[in-house]
Ligand binder design. Structure first.
Ligand SMILES: N[C@@H](CCC(=O)N[C@@H](CS)C(=O)NCC(=O)O)C(=O)O
Length: 234
């Protein structure tokens, strides 16, 4: 029996935050399609949640929804949370920041398609500010640039859930939309290096390679991804 089941679609978006973590810690898990729960069973499971991703923990027979909650739960189970109180809270804050960026880049989960004006405000004002927030956090905790991809982690001297979340956010964003790579390297060069280092950790690299071979540059799917591609081009 596997340790976990992850219910999501074959897309990186919110699912990769959890799946990259499960890969990194070598947890055994099964990928299930989101439609196995969502929407019909969403209210029937223990600890119901509104929308995917859902994580099922086999040993406790428990479902968890809300990506940040799933990641914090796994972080505690696998000792991948910072120990100091401030950094521990910043790990949660980082994951919540990531989720806000996902919400913003999809124009509130696709509730409206992007207009050129609104997109430009997001891309040239909000998104650079978000990138600078991550950059400043990393630099304050010892993230280094220098040759190659730099060194260090977002919140201290060892890998934590915050690094996985940061790479799941910006790594997927620039892979799916290569034009945004320059935005990241200009506004958050240390974060760009961190994402490359996290993405090249052996288990994560193997997972991403397989996912990208299978799904190409797919991001969040649906009409909102088409709208994003019309704005960014490609
Ligand atoms: N805050 C939730 C958001 C979940 C969410 O919006 N999931 C998207 C896919 S990534 C979805 O299926 N939305 C459809 C809905 O809300 O009904 C989380 O972080 O897990």
């Amino acid at each position: 029996m596997s340790d976990y089941r992850l219910y999501y679609w074959d897309l990186p978006f919110r699912g990769n935050f959890i799946q990259m973590f499960l890969e990194e810690v070598d947890a055994s898990y099964e990928r299930m399609d989101a439609s196995d729960i969502y929407p019909q069973r969403s209210l029937k499971i223990r600890n119901p949640g509104m929308a995917p991703p859902y994580l099922y923990e086999c040993k406790s027979k428990t479902y968890f929804a809300q990506m940040p909650a799933c990641l914090m739960h796994l972080g505690r189970e696998y000792d991948c949370l910072p120990k100091r109180a401030e950094a521990h809270t910043l790990a949660l804050k980082t994951i919540l920041d990531c989720n806000d960026v996902l919400m913003e880049i999809t124009n509130y989960n696709g509730s409206m398609m992007w207009s050129k004006n609104a997109w430009e405000v997001f891309r040239y004002s909000r998104l650079p500010d978000w990138m600078k927030i991550f950059e400043k956090t990393g630099r304050a905790h010892g993230l280094k640039g220098g040759t190659g991809n730099g060194s260090g982690f977002l919140l201290g001297s060892r890998l934590s859930v915050a690094d996985i979340a940061t790479a799941a956010l910006f790594g997927a964003m620039v892979y799916s939309f290569p034009a945004l790579e320059e935005d990241l390297s200009e506004n958050a060069p240390h974060i760009a290096g961190l994402c490359r280092r996290v993405e090249s950790r052996p288990k994560i690299r193997r997972f991403l390679q397989a996912q990208r071979e299978q799904n190409g540059r797919g991001y969040c799917g649906g009409q909102i991804e088409e709208s994003l591609r019309r704005m960014i081009g490609g």
